[in-house]
Design a protein. Structure first.
Length: 106
């Protein structure tokens, strides 16, 4: 089973959007989006919700999904076992998570 790592903004970056300007050139707006960097090729949606602190348990993740609170790549998702890979974007309420492939992903 792959292990994932949550990447948080660096200290002092809470009042601005990290990565909004890179080498003087504008980049896509990712304010409010947290990157989840994978060590392996994928992670299950239920695992992601718990790992990111959105759900405290598998049961709570299941309830969020059943209530239609979760979207993956702008589509409603109800499957806790949905496989997420590099580039997938998960939205739950005001929280947005982007899956980023880790070093093991080609």
């Amino acid at each position: 089973m792959p292990v994932s790592t949550l990447v948080l903004p660096a200290a002092g970056e809470t009042n601005r959007c990290p990565g909004a300007i890179l080498a003087g050139a504008p980049v896509p707006d990712t304010c409010g989006m947290r990157d989840i960097v994978l060590r392996g090729p994928d992670i299950r949606l239920g695992q992601l919700l718990k790992f990111a602190g959105i759900a405290d348990s598998g049961g709570e993740a299941k309830d969020l999904l059943a209530a239609g609170e979760v979207r993956v790549n702008d589509e409603p998702e109800a499957r806790r076992g949905r496989t997420l890979r590099d580039g997938d974007v998960v939205v739950v309420g005001e929280e947005t998570l982007r899956i980023v492939g880790g070093p093991d992903v080609a």
